[in-house]
Ligand binder design. Structure first.
Ligand SMILES: *[C@@H]1O[C@H](CO)[C@@H](O)[C@H](O)[C@H]1NC(C)=O
Ligand SMILES: *[C@@H]1O[C@H](CO)[C@@H](O)[C@H](O)[C@H]1NC(C)=O
Ligand SMILES: *[C@@H]1O[C@H](CO)[C@@H](O)[C@H](O)[C@H]1NC(C)=O
Ligand SMILES: *[C@@H]1O[C@H](CO)[C@@H](O)[C@H](O)[C@H]1NC(C)=O
Ligand SMILES: *[C@@H]1O[C@H](CO)[C@@H](O)[C@H](O)[C@H]1NC(C)=O
Ligand SMILES: *[C@@H]1O[C@H](CO)[C@@H](O)[C@H](O)[C@H]1NC(C)=O
Ligand SMILES: *[C@@H]1O[C@H](CO)[C@@H](O)[C@H](O)[C@H]1NC(C)=O
Ligand SMILES: *[C@@H]1O[C@H](CO)[C@@H](O)[C@H](O)[C@H]1NC(C)=O
Ligand SMILES: *[C@@H]1O[C@H](CO)[C@@H](O)[C@H](O)[C@H]1NC(C)=O
Ligand SMILES: *[C@@H]1O[C@H](CO)[C@@H](O)[C@H](O)[C@H]1NC(C)=O
Ligand SMILES: *[C@@H]1O[C@H](CO)[C@@H](O)[C@H](O)[C@H]1NC(C)=O
Ligand SMILES: *[C@@H]1O[C@H](CO)[C@@H](O)[C@H](O)[C@H]1NC(C)=O
Length: 464
């Protein structure tokens, strides 16, 4: 009997204790306790699989590792929130190549980018559904740019330039790469197919079986060496080193020029093949070079300066100036880029060390010269240079070049700006003298080709 009153007293104490603390807040519902109370001492404050934590504003519950709150909140106080097993913690919940995501009241799987679910549903929980690679390469419109080969990979794809094309920014591209793949055609004309050339055919005929004996030997030689030239230039699917190419072309050229023993047509033909080969090799180099920077390649017999213009000429009237061993070329940027192009283009300028000794006075046709210089004795008085932008035809604006004289010009000497007509000899059409002094001449021409300075020396004539 003595125990009962004590129990009642304890109960009374408890009730008064509870009321004393929380009669006020219980009316407000969830916030049943004052902030200075230690709520975490009650095991029922937080649900199963949760830990309780004192914080400055009171407390909060946090689901234990492996569990996630049904409200998806990291911390919560709402007594309705439960801690449920985090299915996404288990890597076997979703199939390969899927991501798992907890959503209110559950979870779902979603195939990663580059994959599609076998059920066709974006979000799924069905354990039999798989994520299958999407073949981006068969999509329309194509995911890769023009002149690209698409290679489907698991979850992604790569783009590569097609054979015969290359990009200065790299060899391939995949989603996420910051660079772009700009595939431009490799210079396949680096190997001018000698045997198919009209000038070769007209000189040698279709077969070396015909023609006179002199030509026969020359034609056989060219026939044989054309293979060397073609292999030196590569066949468009391999990257070519300009230095290698120019060395091979050089050797071939000088060997051929010697072989031909000075027959004008033969030398002119070989020279033309030579000039065109070097030009296309130089352009190929320019296309592969980083934007804006000039690349200079100096060899024993030539110096090549090549540039790729990428800045859309940045301003109107911008000139591109190239210097090859102090021979200069200046061309309007817009001429290089071309009005309809996407702001880029290539230009190359080549200075030949000794070519003028081969394309010499034999190739000056007095008939082509102006009346006032015809009487003089003419000579090639500069190095031979070539300029090219890889496009045929007349230029939208003329370009200028400045060459150093081999021999000092005297007052009475006449200067003539000439270009190498593909079939030779030196021609003057489209070129004219801009300015001259005793050591240099600046010419302007409305087309690109190979150029030199002729000097008609009246002094020599007078002596003779
Ligand atoms: C929570 O805070 C109260 C006082 O504010 C303190 O008595 C109690 O020990 C704390 N509990 C924990 C688990 O830190
Ligand atoms: C799939 O779930 C995401 C959220 O995880 C949602 O944004 C999307 O709308 C859902 N897609 C479908 C088709 O229900
Ligand atoms: C496609 O890409 C894969 C992986 O990068 C590579 O192994 C394969 O050789 C590529 N195939 C082609 C045709 O480029
Ligand atoms: C070369 O052969 C073709 C036919 O194969 C013929 O049409 C052409 O006239 C020939 N040219 C010369 C220069 O013999
Ligand atoms: C080139 O040489 C081959 C033999 O090596 C011969 O069959 C062919 O007729 C020659 N072609 C010309 C155009 O000379
Ligand atoms: C491409 O170059 C390789 C050697 O690098 C050669 O074996 C192959 O025949 C070339 N392909 C074509 C189409 O020229
Ligand atoms: C050029 O001349 C040399 C000797 O002077 C001779 O051996 C060679 O066969 C000649 N070449 C041709 C193509 O006639
Ligand atoms: C080329 O120069 C222009 C400015 O002159 C610049 O905007 C552009 O990024 C440059 N391009 C490269 C590839 O360096
Ligand atoms: C060529 O020179 C003339 C005269 O000096 C000048 O007006 C013109 O702009 C120059 N052109 C180029 C492309 O440099
Ligand atoms: C290049 O400049 C021209 C004319 O200034 C303009 O029409 C064109 O859109 C530009 N192209 C790029 C790629 O900026
Ligand atoms: C090149 O020479 C040929 C004849 O040899 C001539 O018909 C042609 O007009 C010349 N080309 C130029 C651009 O003067
Ligand atoms: C001749 O002109 C060139 C540039 O056109 C210049 O560099 C050189 O100094 C000039 N020489 C003389 C002697 O005036």
């Amino acid at each position: 009997m003595s125990k009962k009153p004590k129990a009642v007293a304890t109960m009374k104490q408890l009730i008064s204790h509870l009321l004393g603390f929380c009669w006020l807040v219980c009316f407000t519902g969830t916030q049943c306790f004052t902030s200075d109370d230690d709520m975490c001492q009650y095991s029922t404050t937080c649900p199963s699989f949760a830990t309780c934590e004192n914080i400055t504003t009171g407390y909060h519950c946090t689901c234990k590792r492996g569990y996630i709150s049904s409200s998806l909140e990291e911390h919560f106080t709402n007594p309705a929130v439960k801690c449920v097993v985090d299915r996404c913690q288990d890597s076997s919940t979703c199939p390969a190549f899927a991501t798992c995501e907890n959503v209110a009241g559950g979870y779902h799987c979603t195939c990663k980018r580059g994959f599609a679910s076998s059920s066709g549903k974006q979000n799924f929980t069905d354990p039999t559904v798989k994520c299958i690679d999407v073949n981006e390469c068969s999509q329309d419109p194509p995911v890769c740019g023009p002149h690209n080969q698409c290679n489907n990979t698991r979850g992604s794809f790569t783009c590569q330039c097609s054979p015969g094309y290359s990009s200065p920014s790299g060899t391939s591209w995949k989603p996420g790469d910051s660079h772009t793949l700009d595939c431009t055609e490799n210079l396949i004309s680096c190997q001018p197919r000698i045997l198919q050339r009209d000038d070769f055919k007209s000189l040698c005929g279709n077969s070396t079986q015909h023609g006179n004996q002199q030509n026969n030997r020359f034609c056989t030689f060219l026939n044989e060496t054309s293979k060397t030239l073609e292999s030196a230039c590569g066949n468009g699917n391999q990257s070519i080193s300009l230095k290698e190419v120019s060395t091979s072309i050089d050797l071939l050229f000088y060997a051929t020029a010697q072989q031909s023993n000075g027959s004008k047509e033969e030398v002119a033909l070989v020279a033309t093949i030579f000039l065109q080969s070097v030009e296309s090799a130089a352009l190929a180099t320019a296309r592969k070079s980083p934007g804006n920077k000039t690349q200079t390649i100096t060899g024993e017999t030539m110096t090549i300066v090549a540039q790729r213009v990428t800045d859309n000429c940045s301003r109107a009237g911008k000139m591109i100036e190239l210097n090859a061993e102090n021979e200069l070329m200046s061309i309007d940027c817009m001429t290089v880029v071309g009005a309809r192009e996407q702001g880029s283009g290539v230009v190359a300028f080549i200075s030949y060390a000794t070519l003028e000794s081969i394309l010499n006075n034999n190739f000056i046709d007095q008939q082509n010269l102006r009346e006032d210089v015809k009487l003089g004795s003419t000579m090639l008085n500069s190095k031979v240079v070539s300029g090219t932008i890889g496009k045929p035809g007349p230029l939208s604006k003329p370009f200028n070049f400045t060459l150093e004289h081999k021999q000092k010009k005297e007052m009475e000497d006449k200067i003539i700006c000439v270009f190498w007509n593909l079939t030779g000899p030196w021609f003057t059409e489209g070129c004219r003298l801009l300015r001259e002094n005793s050591t240099h001449t600046t010419c302007t021409c409305n087309h690109l080709s190979s150029f030199a300075i002729l000097m008609a020396s009246h002094a020599i004539k007078a002596v003779l």
